[in-house]
Design a protein around this ligand. Sequence first.
Ligand SMILES: Cc1ncc(COP(=O)(O)O)c(C=O)c1O
Length: 370
Amino acid sequence: MRRSWVEVDLNALAENIRAIRAGLSPRTEIIFVVKADAYGHGAVPVARKAAACGVKWFAVAFPDEAVEVRRAAPEAELLLLGVAAAEDVPALLEHRIIPIVVDEEQGRELAAAAADRGRRLPVHVKVDTGMGRLGIPWTDAYEVICRLADQPGIEITGLCSHFAKVEPDDEEQAREQAERFFSISRQVEEELGRKLFKHMSSSRAFLYRREWDLDGIRPGIALYGYGTGEAWVRARTRPILSWKAEVIQVKRLPAGHPIGYYGTYRTRHETEIAVIAAGYADGYLRMLSNRGAVLIHGRRCPVVGRVSMNWITVEVGPGSGVRRGDEAVLIGRQGEEEIWADELATLCRTIPYEILTEIDPRLELRYLGA
Ligand SMILES: Cc1ncc(COP(=O)(O)O)c(C=O)c1O
């Protein structure tokens, strides 16, 4: 008996990389964000394929993720988006991982730990230009960066920031953030007398504004194939992850029969119900109860009743011809029909990132085009 499984099309990833690359100046690097196990796609195979396609930079959240990606991309530059501490410094030095400095205290701690080992650690400094999350507030950034630049244990090689909101019909905040970042970058580069590697845009900002590309862009979701559907985007990509499962039972039920816990659905006429081996424990959100659909025999079949821990029930209709062992697609394409993570996200009032990263990492991941 099999669990549901995930298929990742690495040839489609290669096309997505090409699509994004095509819109960029040759001096702008793609810093591929592969944190959270490449948004549930599997960091090692994804990074290996991307490196083979010419991606030279990868970003992760935690040191253990970086060490994993290092195996896949021995030559790449690895950027740590989370907050490294002194105890992480040996691993950062050993695996050539570039941490991000988010405040003066942390910067000094990293510098001291590297200096203790007789080393100088390359770092990027993050400026909080309005996101209110990680980074040195832009109002203090210039002074703090100048003081950190004197620390012998670190070498500031880059500067970065992160947009809180990029909305074409309300672009004021993003423009303000970009201007703050440009202004601080100019002052710091002038003070240090050298150019730094500057990056700010994640997928949406890249898709929207060429002027914000700088030396690197940090796309995640666009490379996984989401968020590129709007008319104004610079590049189009397509989803690379499909989620499939087997039908494990098909039964005929009379009209008026309750389905699942608490009978939240009742059959309207005699019909067939297929039980599928995936549930909320696998990451198929319970919000999809009586809302979602899966593809079987190239048809959309509604999820009826509540999603349970390991199983869902779908209505395949009278005389469906669906049999135990048939393949059901929870995310992906079958025949002419498609269901992607953004559709499920809308149904669950969330974002495709959450749909993708909720998929249980214990499920088997299969790769096409590895
Ligand atoms: C600092 C930072 N940069 C870049 C990204 C990539 O964002 P996106 O997947 O929207 O392109 C993220 C994602 O969470 C992030 O936290």
